[in-house]
Ligand binder design. Structure first.
Ligand SMILES: NC(=O)N[C@@H](CC(=O)O)C(=O)O
Ligand SMILES: [Zn+2]
Ligand SMILES: [Zn+2]
Length: 347
């Protein structure tokens, strides 16, 4: 007879990959993020992107200004790398104490990445200073070559771009963000201790059949795109393995409903309303709830060299309904699981 767990208390989680956006949207995204997260690594792909310490710190101030009163939620900031990033900018970022990472978007790879890096060799002098100062490199790992099939873009990036960076900067801490393939799992497992990966809730819960069978479902469209179920299974195995190289990074990425439900819809899935609750479902389904805390609350800060949060949250086995839409800057978004139920609730 198996006993069913009805509540689970874990160290307060963080989110190591989160899009909060800007302007009117901020109060809604920050409200969701600050419900129970200790920290979130905030992505810099704004329009215009947060390419300098000054811009990142101004963004930090805007986020903390709309933080609900009493919330201890702490945004950790990142810089958006371009072909023209000045290596000295990295020293300013380090000195700020608020910027812990830089984000490599191959130009054109994803939402708001047009000013990204066109050739990783263009940022070698920047990576040098990041390695020296201990600023992490966060990577959107996809090639943008038009001749490469969208389902192969992560694999080809891992074969052609990332090995050089890993070889040339052996002491640079690198996080391969939102991994989607068995290739990425193997790459990270086989690399040194300076290479880790985040895994989203949606890549653990879904594969491309969820997006494409029986009709095209734009709310499952994100980048890197959902892959076949064998890749999904490899990601679940990695997440529940207890391996310290894999940790939470929701990549919760809000887009207005009308920008998703259209002939050319935006890439991004919103999960901030229920991030840890959804990971709990996945881990429970895999019979590995005992591994949830390491994934959501220990491995991330350990890799970043930051203290773990010192308090806890409690998840209750309790079913609740996700609304059909959520507010986003005076408009609305459609979250993952919209109109359906979730079986865990954070108390
Ligand atoms: N993941 C996505 O599909 N979209 C993200 C960008 C990103 O993380 O690649 C976004 O900003 O909307
Ligand atoms: Zn990305
Ligand atoms: Zn993202």
């Amino acid at each position: 007879m198996s006993t069913q767990l009805t509540s689970l208390t874990i160290t307060r989680p963080d989110d190591w990959h989160l899009h909060l956006r800007d302007g009117e949207q901020l109060k809604d995204t920050v409200a969701d993020a600050s419900r129970y997260l200790g920290r979130a690594l905030v992505m810099p792909n704004l329009l215009p992107p947060a390419t300098t310490t000054e811009l990142a710190l101004a963004y930090y101030d805007k986020i903390t200004a709309v933080r609900p009163s009493g919330s201890l939620f702490e945004p950790l900031m990142s810089l958006y790398l371009t072909d023209k990033t000045d290596p000295e900018e990295i020293r300013r970022a380090k000195a700020s104490g608020k910027i812990v990472a830089c984000k490599l978007y191959p130009a054109g790879a994803t939402t708001n990445s047009d000013s990204g890096v066109t050739d990783v060799k263009n940022i070698y002098s920047v990576l040098e200073v990041m390695q020296e100062t201990g600023i992490l490199l966060l990577v959107h790992g996809e090639v943008t070559d038009a001749s490469v099939d969208i389902f192969d873009r992560e694999k080809v990036f891992l074969e052609t771009i990332l090995p050089d960076v890993v070889r040339d900067f052996p002491n640079l801490k690198i996080v391969l963000e939102h991994i989607t393939t068995e290739h990425a799992v193997k790459f990270v497992e086989q690399a040194g201790d300076n290479v880790a990966a985040t895994i989203t809730t949606h890549h653990l819960m879904f594969n491309r059949n969820h997006m494409l069978v029986g009709g095209i479902r734009p709310h499952y469209y994100c980048l890197p795109i959902l892959k076949r179920n064998t890749h999904q299974q490899a990601l679940v195995r990695a997440a529940i393995s207890g391996n310290k190289k894999f940790f939470i990074g929701t990549d919760s990425a809000p887009h207005f409903k009308q920008n998703k439900e259209t002939a050319c819809g935006c890439a991004g899935a919103y999960t901030s309303h229920a991030a840890v609750e959804l990971y709990a479902e996945v881990f429970e389904e895999a019979g590995a709830l005992d591994k949830l805390e390491a994934f959501t609350s220990h491995n991330g800060p350990d890799f970043y060299g930051l203290p773990r949060n010192s308090d806890t949250i409690t998840l209750m086995k309790e079913t609740w309904s996700v609304p059909a839409t959520l507010p986003l800057g005076g408009q609305e978004l459609v979250p993952i699981r919209a109109g359906e139920t979730i079986s865990w609730m954070v108390k």
